[in-house]
Design a binder for this molecule. Structure first.
Ligand SMILES: Cc1cc2nc3c(=O)[nH]c(=O)nc-3n(C[C@H](O)[C@H](O)[C@H](O)COP(=O)(O)OP(=O)(O)OC[C@H]3O[C@@H](n4cnc5c(N)ncnc54)[C@H](O)[C@@H]3O)c2cc1C
Length: 562
């Protein structure tokens, strides 16, 4: 078989010993799937890759005595191979390389680092390489397809499904309707006038085919619609499986509480959409938000939590000392306690023509699964906070050009310093200050949008793809006023409940604890809570703390007797 179009593992270092050891380890373990190409000189490596018409999955670049300019060379090489993971290779004990590596990581110039193998089969080396490959594969797709989606690339529904499956780590293959490949599949499935998107569940022996299915139909086909026994009473019902809900689930289940988690979309919530979380304690090189939260999901599940997917909570009622959560499939689940962890969702741009084009050139959030489709495009990211900065950095790996559109005159007040520096260092990213998106046009896809200069009022037309990350709104609509909210719609908890104008008022004689909203037995955690810190670590921490309140409530005489 020829190599054309395959992705290689590329090794670039002048250190002969390191080059030989790394090449040998890579060939031995991964050689069947990935051609390994090694060179001492960047041009020789480019030539070798070009001769065999190879893309690059992971680019290992040496750093140390033989490669004093290793980081610069790696950065330069990476810009020619979009989508490749750039990994700095250090030698064990070469401590002088540590600081420059961390600086390059902070500036987003490289993706990861690792120590060159010191012995045959070095397990640490291979653990890291396997992770790099799994990250690269989840970015690129193209492997095993548990689900095949045939749909219109720019349909909002297709976009939602692709994003949701990807975030739930379900391997999908996407085929754009109208392409010869997709047409041939339709013929093979005997679908003459298909209702798009079409889903083929290839992991089921009977390979069911669903045409434009609803979320509940998909859940049914997955076998996920089994409702818990309607008479079951859980110690704790957790609403939302973002970091806060997952944190609560891990601790609740591990401490022996019967735990049910309800989640309509993907595990991980907002954090699951973040390509790299750098400030989570214990991960000095950062961790993909999806990987971190998916691991928390597996952990909660392994401890015995029950998960109800594809269902959203629609109401919360309390009576007889029990809390009932109504779900959008018409069923109800009951808990002795409830943890509300419904987080927040993206604030909308508020421009009606653009709302019509969501998923078709207008995206809210980082839309990780769409990033590779941005190759060759000019992408505009609206927003001036960390989430917009992270999205711009991530998208810059694929898009030709990324322009950050910021309403304020500066980024310093709203964005972390490291991200500002990272953006400044990226050659294909620029920032426009004091501008606002005010209009848009397009029928099938966003064709252009209007940008207004907030100082002069001048308007200009721009063409490109829009990603809006302009802050978030708490997801408390479903509570219908049963718990006290502040003006912004966040749940009021703890001492703040004692204000005169809070309704419904705190009903108990004792003071509410930090995470207690206005109904005893209910706990609110994470971004949905007024005054929350809006960090992954604090959301997880609040989830853990919630469980101590759950224990206290369950031990209270009125509940303990039920
Ligand atoms: C792109 C991006 C990058 C970020 N980067 C960082 C970072 O680097 N470091 C950091 O510390 N923080 C970061 N954050 C912030 C961090 O992700 C959030 O603070 C954190 O996810 C909040 O967790 P949460 O569980 O409270 O809420 P969320 O993450 O919002 O999760 C809430 C969950 O509840 C579900 N839900 C909503 N309504 C219902 C309902 N009615 N019924 C059932 N379930 C429901 C949602 O589907 C969602 O899964 C980032 C956020 C974004 C968006």
């Amino acid at each position: 078989m020829g190599d054309r179009g395959r992705a290689a593992l590329a090794v670039l270092t002048r250190d002969e010993g390191v080059r030989a050891a790394v090449t040998q380890e890579l060939e031995r373990r991964y050689g069947r799937d990935f051609p390994v190409v090694a060179a001492a000189d960047p041009q020789d490596l480019r030539d070798a890759l070009e001769r065999r018409d190879l893309a690059v999955a992971v680019l290992f670049g040496g750093l140390g005595e033989a490669d004093p300019d290793g980081l610069a060379v790696l950065r330069e090489m990476r810009s020619g191979y979009r989508g490749a993971l750039a990994v700095a290779l250090a030698r064990w004990g070469a401590w002088e390389t540590t600081r420059p590596i961390f600086e390059a990581l902070t500036l987003g110039q490289i993706d990861r680092w690792l120590t060159a193998p010191e012995e045959n089969g070095d397990p640490e080396f291979h653990r890291a390489v396997t992770e790099f490959l799994s990250e690269w594969e989840s970015r690129e797709g193209g492997g095993f397809e548990a689900i095949r989606i045939i749909g219109d690339r720019w349909s909002a529904r297709t976009q939602f499904l692709r994003d949701n499956f990807t975030r739930n780590r379900i391997p999908i293959g996407f085929y754009d309707a109208g392409t010869p490949e997709a047409e041939a599949m339709m013929v093979g499935l005997d679908l003459r006038e298909p209702r798009l998107p079409v889903l083929v569940l290839r992991f089921r022996p009977e390979r069911p085919v669903l045409q434009n299915p609803t979320d509940l139909e998909i859940a049914g086909a997955f076998g996920l619609l089994t409702a818990p026994d309607p008479d079951a009473v859980f110690d704790v019902v957790i609403v939302g499986a973002g970091p806060a809900g997952l944190g609560a689930a891990v601790y609740a289940a591990s401490e022996g509480l019967s735990t049910l988690v309800v989640e309509p979309e993907a595990v991980g919530g907002q954090a699951g959409t973040s390509s790299l979380i750098r400030n989570y304690a214990g991960f000095p090189m950062g961790v993909s938000g999806n990987r971190l939260t998916f691991s928390a999901f597996q952990q909660a599940w392994a401890f015995g939590s029950t998960f109800l997917f594809v269902r959203a909570a629609t109401a919360l009622t309390t009576g007889d000392g029990l809390h009932r959560v109504a779900l959008n499939d018409g069923s109800t689940v009951t808990g002795r306690t409830v943890v509300v962890a419904t987080g927040a969702s993206w604030r909308r741009l508020g421009v009606p023509p653009l709302e019509e084009l969501v998923g078709r050139g207008v995206f809210y959030g980082a839309a990780v699964s769409e990033a590779p489709a941005m190759r060759g495009r000019h992408v505009f990211v609206v927003g001036g906070a960390n989430s917009a900065g992270q999205a711009a950095v991530y998208l810059s790996r694929y898009a030709d050009r990324v322009t950050l559109l910021v309403r304020r005159g500066t980024l310093t007040a709203s964005m972390s310093d490291y991200l500002v520096r990272e953006l400044e260092a990226l050659p294909n990213v620029d920032v426009r200050f004091r501008v606002q998106v005010v209009d848009g046009r397009g029928s099938e896809f966003l064709e252009s949008f209007t940008l207004r200069d907030l100082d002069t009022g001048a308007e200009e037309e721009q063409e490109g793809v829009l990603f809006a990350l302009i802050g978030s709104e708490p997801r408390t609509d479903w509570l219908g006023g049963t718990l006290a909210l502040d003006r912004g719609g966040s749940l009021v908890t703890g001492a703040a409940l004692m204000g005169d104008d809070v309704a419904p008022a705190w009903p108990s004689g004792r003071a509410p604890a930090l995470l207690e909203p206005s109904t005893p037995g209910v706990v609110a955690v994470g971004d949905v809570r007024a005054g929350s810190v809006k960090r992954v670590a604090s959301a997880v921490g609040e989830g853990a703390l919630a469980v101590t309140l759950v224990h206290a409530h369950l031990a209270s005489p009125a509940v303990a007797s039920r």
